[in-house]
Design a protein around this ligand. Structure first.
Ligand SMILES: Nc1ncnc2c1ncn2[C@@H]1O[C@H](COP(=O)(O)OP(=O)(O)O)[C@@H](O)[C@H]1O
Ligand SMILES: [Mg+2]
Length: 245
């Protein structure tokens, strides 16, 4: 039995007759930042949704510390509460920044005094303490994504899943969010899976990088090796931009 917090074994997934994932294998280690890169349409989001137990693979197994969870079972709900998925487009509710960050804690029935402390700490973590009482909808796109990150972070997830979470943001907010991820991982030891088509971001953040191509991880390697000494011709083509995507 695998002790890795997260492991994929022979994951297949098709939509209709179209195979998207054709045998994904990987083990994500505790506390690492594992980045999945690949062209648009490669199946990165599909893979992340499977990891978040939002959908089931057609074949293969996803395990957490060696255990798999049928989706929509009570056990899968418990596992889902140990991880958080942050999507590309921040979703903020028509409420204050404070209420947005508090949302998951309310759902979990966290007592009020503790909740307030955690929410303020979360807002402070992303530099938005001053915006606590402001309407989240009035904040900029970058600030809204920082709220979405804080909302995820205050839940103390064991696994943080990020899907193109800084796409379309200005450099200031990209930098702030990237620093937040690194600091958060450092402080909590949380395991992070980052999906991105931004190679520079993978280079800045990842411990290991996996290239998803034609439904498989064609190369999984420590970031330095992946970028400096890729083994596979497909990786070299992808890194050099020869591969159109
Ligand atoms: N729910 C779905 N129904 C049908 N096709 C889907 C669905 N989700 C994804 N796809 C298809 O699967 C492929 C991979 O999509 P996706 O995982 O979003 O790729 P990526 O995130 O790498 O850009 C695409 O061709 C997409 O159209
Ligand atoms: Mg995607």
């Amino acid at each position: 039995m695998s002790a890795a917090p997260l492991s994929l074994e022979g994951i297949h997934k098709s939509f209709g007759t179209k195979p998207v994932l054709r045998g994904l294998d990987a083990e994500v280690q505790a506390g690492e930042i594992f980045s999945i890169v690949g062209p648009s349409g490669a199946g990165k989001t599909t893979a992340l949704r499977l990891l978040d137990l939002l959908d089931s693979p057609d074949a293969g197994r996803i395990t957490f510390h060696g255990k798999s969870y049928p989706i929509r079972s009570p056990e899968s709900l418990a596992q889902r509460r140990r991880m958080v998925l942050v999507m590309q487009n921040p979703t903020v509710f028509r409420a204050t920044a404070f209420e947005n960050v508090a949302y998951g804690l309310w759902l979990r029935g966290v007592p009020d005094a503790e909740l307030r402390g955690r929410v303020f700490a979360g807002l402070d973590f992303v530099g938005l303490l001053e915006a606590a009482k402001e309407s989240a909808e009035k904040l900029s796109g970058g600030e809204q994504q920082r709220i979405a990150f804080a909302r995820a972070a205050v839940l103390n997830p064991e696994i943080l899943l990020l899907d193109e979470f800084t796409a379309n943001l200005d450099p200031f907010n990209v930098r702030l969010l990237e620093q937040s991820i690194l600091r958060y991982r450092h402080e909590t030891g949380c395991t992070v899976v980052i999906v991105t088509h931004n190679l520079f971001q993978a280079k800045r953040l990842a411990d290991r990088v996996a290239l998803l191509l034609d439904g498989r991880f064609v190369e999984v390697a420590p970031a330095a090796d992946f970028f400096e000494h890729p083994v596979r011709p497909e990786t070299r083509a992808f890194l050099s931009g020869e591969m159109a995507y």
